[in-house]
Ligand binder design. Sequence first.
Ligand code: AMP
Length: 510
Amino acid sequence: MVCNVLEYLERAEKLYPDKPAFGDESGQLTYRQLAQAARRMGSRLAEQGAYREPVAVLIDKDVNTLTAFMGIVYSGCFYVPVDKTLPIERIRTILSVVSSGYLIVKKEDEQLGREFEKETKLLFLEEMFQKSVHQPENLPLLTRIRERHLDTNPLYMIFTSGSTGVPKGVLISHRSVIDMAEQFTKTFQFSSEEVFANQAPFDFDVSVKDIYLTLRNGASMYIVPKSMFVMPKKLAGFFNEKKITTIIWAASALGVAASFRILEKEAPRYLKKIMFSGEVLPMKVLHYWQKHVRDSIYVNLYGPTEITCNCTYYIVDREFSQDQVLPIGKAFPNTEILLFNEENRLAEPGEQGEICVRGSSLALGYYKNKEETEKAFCQNPLHEDYLDMIYRTGDMGYINDRGELVFAARKDHQIKHMGHRIELLEVEASVNAVEEVEKCCCMYDDILGKILLFYQAEKEMEKEIISQLHNKLPKYMCPNVFYRLDKIPENNHGKIDRQRLKQKYMENNK
Ligand code: AMP
C-alpha cells in the first residue's frame, strides 16, 4: 500500500530515470534529476530541524517550484504554495495563518521575501538545491523521517477565500492525494504514455491532479507558460510540439481558449482526454472543443478543494443542446455523495439537496481554524454509531431522470469569478473596513460576470474603496460595478435585505 506520495516519485525514478517528469519554458527535469534535487533539498531542510511543519513557497509556474514541493515532502514537512503576485498584505495574512515555519523564495524575489522575515524564516531556493560536498543527499536522515511517516500526515495546504474575511488554509493529507491519484488512474486508464499540459497555477488544486497523476504513472507534464493564456493562439502548436494527450483544466481556461478560437488553424493531434472543472462549462465552449477535437473524451469533473480535487465525474456520452446543462455525473470509487435536504434527510430523486461527501478524500480541515472546520466537516447525520465524517460542500444538487447528479446552485454567497472561488462576504469585510463606508453588500451578476458592490455612505467613494482593496485583496476579488446608496434596505430583523437589493438591481437593468 502506498503511504507517501514520494513512493510514486521513487517508483518512476527507478522505472524511467531518464524520462522527462516536468518541463517548463526553460527546460525539463528527468525523474532522476527531479528525485535527486528533491532529496538534496529535503536534506538541507531537515538539517535545519524542520519537521512536520508548514513550509510556504512563493511560487512560480516552473519546475523548480515543483522540485521544492517534493523537497519539502522529503523533509517530512508540508508545502503551502503562495502566489507572489498577491498584494503584500494578503500574503502577510496568509503567513499569519500559517504562523510558523519557513518561507522559501527565489533569489530574484529576495526583496519581497524580506517583507515577511518577522513572520517566518526565509530560505532561498537556490541554496536549498545546492549540493553539500560531504553529503549531497543526507539519506540516513531522510530514511529516519520516512520510517516515521503516516499517510494521514499533511502533504500540502491551499488557501481559499474565507467568509469571515480571512482566507482559509485547506489542509490535505498524503492519503487523500493517493486516493485521488488511484481513482483517477483507474477510472480514466492513465498510463506512463500520458503527457499532461498543466494550465492551473500551483496554488489551485486543479494543478494537484497534473502533478500527482504524472508522478503516479511515470508520465510527463509540461507547464503551459502563462504568456500562452495571454496570446492563446500558440496553444494548439504547444499541444502538438509536446504531444499532449491529456488536459485537466479549469472550465474557465477552456472558455478562454474557445473565445480566442485557438483550434481553427491547427487542431491538437494527440489530445485524447479533455477534462474540466471548477464551474459549469458553457455548452457553446464544449461544442467548440468537440467540433475541433473529435477523438477525445470529455469529462466534467466536480468538487471543492476540501475533498481533494474532485468527488464526481461525468464522461460526456450524448449530445447536448445549448440550453441544457452538463450533469456532474456520479461519485468516484471510494467516495460517496449524499444529498441532504433542509430537514437533514436524504433528498428524493429530483429533489434538491446539499451535496455532501464521504471518503478518504476529505481534507484534514482548515488549518488552525476549528470553528470553520466544525461547520463544514461534521458527523454523518444519518447515524451516531461511530465517527463518520462528511464534508458539506454548500453546493445544491439533484438526481435527474437518468440517475445522474446535477449541480444546481450555491447555498451561500460563494461565487466563481474568472475561475476563482470567492466568498462575497470576504469582499464585504474588506469594504466595511474602509472608513466612511457605513454598510455594504456584494452580489454577483453571473450573466455579465461582474461583482456588484452596493455601499451606504454619505459621498461617492469608489476610488477610495478600490485603492484600499487593491492593497488587501487579489485584483480578481475587487468589485467591478459600484452603487452608492443613501440607505441599504434592511429586513424586519435589521439585516441587509439582499433579496430586495437584487430585485431593484434586476428592475433597473432589464
Ligand atoms: P474550488 O474549491 O476552487 O475547486 O471550488 C469548488 C466549487 O466550484 C464547488 O463547490 C462548486 O461550487 C464549483 N464547481 C466545481 N466544479 C464544478 C462543476 N463541474 N460544475 C459546477 N460547479 C463546479
